[in-house]
Design a protein around this ligand. Structure first.
Ligand code: PEP
Ligand code: MG
Length: 590
């Protein structure tokens, strides 16, 4: 049995968001579905087991019926899908076979359902007809809802959790993470996920400790177990002893002190020892986070990920809604700049009304600029809102997922049309607004010289650039060790982009998480990157590190870095040359 009762136990995962907390575990209901035990059922108990299954089907059907009844008329398409699910509950393949499996194999209902559902899913997904393949997704939904009722797991939404807890989940989507309410959730841990995932990025923005990629947390931890989450070292302690709790308190105190010391200096400028003034800005997902950027001494917003305003809702936001949000941000951050990135929807940030659930590789699918160019109305609505807000402060426009020149040219055409429409209506906007692109697809990095002639600035998005250039999924725990910002290929690619930008006389920013790790700063400064943007929490430490570096030393250091042939070699070189400066290690090792 995996059940650990009350003995202390430690599990290790990926340190995704710093900070330490202790509290009661709260297993996110839906995820209980994955934890299926198999046990045999005596012949005389089979009838009872089948009844248990039928009861669960009935409860799941009743739940769905209530949801259909409550679905507003304008979402009737959605209701239609749910009605299809109603039929599937009594489908012979799912319902009939599960009962047969319980009887024939004398196993528990959960196991029988899981086996049957996997077979049906496999059968559907092998079909070439896309409509039939899509039915596989419906079967998953239906079997999950029966399973939830069998296991007795609750289906509460994350937004409605009502006590101070630590969430334990198989996975949390970025949309779910963004709904976490800070007064109710102290931290979270998941079985899946990687450090550069949007889930991790949002945890850092929300400043809640998080450990991801724990693999088995949902199997080992039970509801209400006391757990300590150390998001700085990636350790989770289950049922800690008194001794462990005392150590936890000491560590938490040291962490708070460390944070306070760094925060006190956060408003000092990021000037290197040889007098070069760098810009250190913040990345935000929600307008409210602008306050954190200010608190941590950010020089503006280097990346506003606008897609979160499109998630967790049933339809696209209106131009006025978007304008109000952008203006809120501008009003707080002015006179500092804000770089608004146009919609990077889909990929791992899918809105139900705008995504293609059949895409096998959504991250390489119809997302970001590709989506916007196919949906000019959606794009124009956002561009109008951004241009209108530009009349109130310093806004830059940033285009995500650019992979070829045509995407820039097409976007500019649409932007001109939008500007003309505002002109015709006599609405004011910044006529000199800068338009830049994310360099996050390797083809854009390779074509940097061509791109530079057509845009005002680059922003290097290392989160995706690393994922795509090293072919390592940024959310996959199993290959997290291969996700290496200091891989020699990444360094060369960043160098190429920075060199081209300098030669072309355009600005280059870095807004990927690579910029937030002090360990990477000697190299980034040496490559000539002087405008960095990161999660707000990391700003004070980055500024402090920059104040201890001299560019006239980091520049020649790059020649040494380029001689290294492996990530480990680069890391050792940085450690040997700059180890004493990179002081936040204290906490990583603590
Ligand atoms: C990136 O890819 O580096 C980036 C900053 O964008 P996102 O993390 O939103 O994909
Ligand atoms: Mg990206």
């Amino acid at each position: 049995m995996l059940n650990n009762n009350d003995t202390e136990m430690q599990i290790h995962g990926i340190a995704a968001s710093p900070g330490i907390c202790v509290g009661k575990a709260y297993l996110v209901g839906r995820e209980g579905v994955d934890v299926v035990e198999k046990y045999s059922v005596k012949r005389e108990k089979l009838k009872e087991e089948i009844k248990r299954f039928k009861d669960a089907v009935k409860k799941a059907k009743d739940e769905l019926y209530r949801i259909i009844e409550q679905t507003p008329k304008d979402l009737s398409q959605h209701a239609h899908i749910l009605e299809t699910h109603m039929v599937l509950f009594k489908d012979k393949m799912l319902y009939g076979r599960t009962i047969e499996t319980i009887e024939n194999e004398q196993v528990n209902a959960e196991w029988a359902l899981k086996t049957v559902a996997s077979n049906v899913k496999a059968m559907f997904s092998d079909m070439t007809d896309s409509y039939l393949r899509a039915r596989a997704a419906d079967i998953i939904h239906v079997s999950d809802s029966i399973m939830r009722n069998l296991i007795g797991a609750e289906t509460e939404s994350i937004a409605s959790i009502g006590k101070q807890v630590i969430l334990v989940a198989t996975d949390l989507s970025p949309a779910e993470t963004s709904q976490i309410q800070l007064e109710k959730v102290m931290g979270f841990i998941t079985d899946r996920g990687g450090k550069a995932s949007h889930t991790a990025i949002i945890a850092r923005s929300l400043e809640i400790p998080a450990v991801l990629g724990l693999e088995n947390a949902t199997r080992i931890i039970k509801n209400d177990d006391i757990i300590i989450v150390d998001g700085t070292s990636g350790v989770v302690i289950i049922n800690p002893t008194g001794q462990a709790l005392i150590q936890f308190e000491e560590r938490q105190e040291r962490y708070e002190e460390h944070k306070a010391v760094i925060s006190r200096e956060s408003h000092l400028p990021a000037v290197t020892l040889d007098g070069i003034h760098l810009q250190v800005m913040g990345n935000i997902e929600l307008p409210e986070e602008v306050v954190a950027v200010m608190t941590y001494g950010g020089d503006g917003i280097g990346l506003y990920r606008t897609e979160f305003q499109y998630l967790s809702r049933s339809d696209f936001p209106s131009e006025d809604e978007l304008f109000d949000k952008y203006k809120d941000v501008v009003d707080v951050i002015t006179p500092r700049p804000v770089t608004i990135r146009t919609l990077d929807i889909n990929g791992d940030k899918a809105a139900s009304y705008a995504s293609d659930s059949e895409a096998a590789n959504p991250v390489l699918g119809l997302r970001g600029i590709r989506y916007c160019l196919q949906k000019p109305d959606v794009f124009k609505t956002q561009l109008r809102a951004i241009l209108r807000a530009s009349a109130f402060g310093h806004i830059r426009i940033l285009l995500p997922m650019i992979s070829c020149l045509e995407e820039i040219l097409e976007t500019k055409k649409i932007l001109n049309e939008v500007a003309d429409s505002l002109d015709n209506e006599g609405i004011d906007y910044d006529r000199n607004i800068e338009v830049g692109i994310m360099i996050e697809v390797p083809s854009a990095a390779i074509l940097a010289d061509i791109m530079a002639k057509n845009v005002d600035f680059f922003s290097i998005g290392t989160n995706d650039l690393i994922q795509f250039s090293l072919a390592v999924d940024r959310v996959n725990r199993q290959v997290a060790h291969l996700y290496q910002p200091l891989h020699p290929a990444v360094i060369r690619m960043v160098k190429h982009v920075a060199d081209v930008a300098r030669d072309s006389g355009i600005n280059v920013f870095m807004c990927g998480e690579m910029a937030s790790d002090p360990m990477n700063l000697p190299i980034l400064l040496g490559l000539g990157l002087e405008k960095l943007s990161m999660n707000p929490q990391s700003i004070p430490m980055a500024k402090k590190t920059i104040r201890s570096l001299a560019i006239n030393e980091t520049r020649p250091f790059i020649a040494e870095v380029l001689k290294e042939t492996t990530t480990k070699g680069v890391m050792n070189l940085v450690q040997n040359t700059y180890g004493s400066i990179l002081s936040d290690k204290i906490f990583k090792e603590g």
